[in-house]
Design a protein around this ligand. Structure first.
Ligand SMILES: NC(=O)c1ccc[n+]([C@@H]2O[C@H](COP(=O)([O-])OP(=O)(O)OC[C@H]3O[C@@H](n4cnc5c(N)ncnc54)[C@H](OP(=O)(O)O)[C@@H]3O)[C@@H](O)[C@H]2O)c1
Length: 284
């Protein structure tokens, strides 16, 4: 991975931290996107000292804010002239419905709108650096999720798990749609299911029941290092060069829900997302 530039969002914790560490260990230039300066600095220092790779740079970006994402992308493009791998890893669960200052329901903003917008903003660089790879973290919970195109922002009957699962389903649909749009460009787009992993996800902001469930399930959970394996594989392996529009678990292609493959719904979701973000662009 020497001379390759990689972005990992949410690299101060859990799966993202292990992914960033492994990629730094392989010699990549790693840009760790975090929202907390203190936690980010700690993580980057540990990654540098454990790997001996000094090419680990922290950049701040609160992924719940679309304006911040746009500013971050501009800053990144000024600093770096290539981007080989973008790992949209950050994710979060919120027990109560919250709305960001920009008016977006927070689960949707962090888990779905952020990867959608960040990928769009960095796409010129990804195309210029092709062959390049985009990796979107989904969840096994997406399998049973519903897509309510009339209520993407969970305005009626917000439930933490439902909103999170639905956002992850949208991530899969976005992955498949974008992969189709980018055919022939050399930019691959795939989703990854990390498994059930012992991280900070849902620990502080999940509902009481999900926190209890996470606690009880801890002995059965994968370690963050194990949870990062498939992201690392898709980011680096020559075996998946050119493979696009798939979802991987344990390094293998898996089938996701019928809804996730519904092309008409993918298009509708795409249009609604563009409408929400207030832009009039396409990825082509
Ligand atoms: N753990 C599992 O069992 C599991 C299962 C399926 C899918 N996943 C997915 O795997 C990915 C990694 O999660 P994890 O399990 O490693 O959880 P984690 O330990 O909680 O890590 C999540 C990361 O995302 C960052 N993040 C959250 N909100 C953010 C924001 N607004 N702006 C910037 N960064 C933000 C967090 O930063 P802070 O530390 O500052 O909050 C943290 O670095 C997520 O997409 C998650 O949905 C996890």
């Amino acid at each position: 991975m020497k001379n390759k530039v990689v972005i990992v969002t949410g690299s101060n914790s859990g799966i993202g931290r292990e992914t960033a560490l492994a990629l730094a260990d392989m010699g990549a230039t790693v840009v760790a996107i975090v929202r907390s300066k203190e936690l980010g600095e700690q993580a980057c220092e540990t990654i540098m000292s454990e790997t001996g790779n000094e090419l680990v740079e922290m950049m701040l970006c609160d992924l719940s804010s679309m304006n911040t994402i746009r500013r971050f992308a501009d800053e990144f493009k000024k600093k770096f002239d290539r981007l080989d791998v973008l790992i949209n890893n950050a994710g979060a669960v919120f027990s109560k419905r919250e709305v960001t200052v920009e008016g977006f329901e927070r689960t949707l903003a962090v888990n779905y709108l952020a990867p959608f917008l960040l990928t769009h903003e960095l796409l010129p660089l990804l195309k210029k650096s092709a062959p390049s790879r985009v990796i979107n973290l989904s969840s096994g919970l997406a399998r049973r999720a519903e897509l309510n195109l009339e209520d993407l922002q969970s305005e009626s009957n917000y439930k933490s798990r439902k909103a999170y699962s639905s956002a992850k389903l949208m991530v899969e649909m976005f992955t498949y749609e974008l992969a189709r749009q980018l055919e022939g460009t050399g930019v691959s787009v795939n989703a990854v299911l990390p498994g059930f992993v012992a991280t900070n996800l849902g620990r502080s902001s999940g509902s009481l029941s999900s926190r209890i469930m996470f606690g009880m399930m801890k002995p059965f959970q994968l370690s963050p290092k194990e949870g990062a394996e498939t992201s690392i594989y898709i980011a680096t392996s020559p075996e998946v060069e050119g493979v696009t529009g798939k979802c991987f678990r344990k390094r293998e292609v898996i089938t996701t829900s019928d809804t996730s493959y519904d092309v008409e719904k993918q298009n509708q979701l795409w249009n609604k997302t563009v409408e929400l973000l207030g832009s009039h662009w396409t990825f082509s």
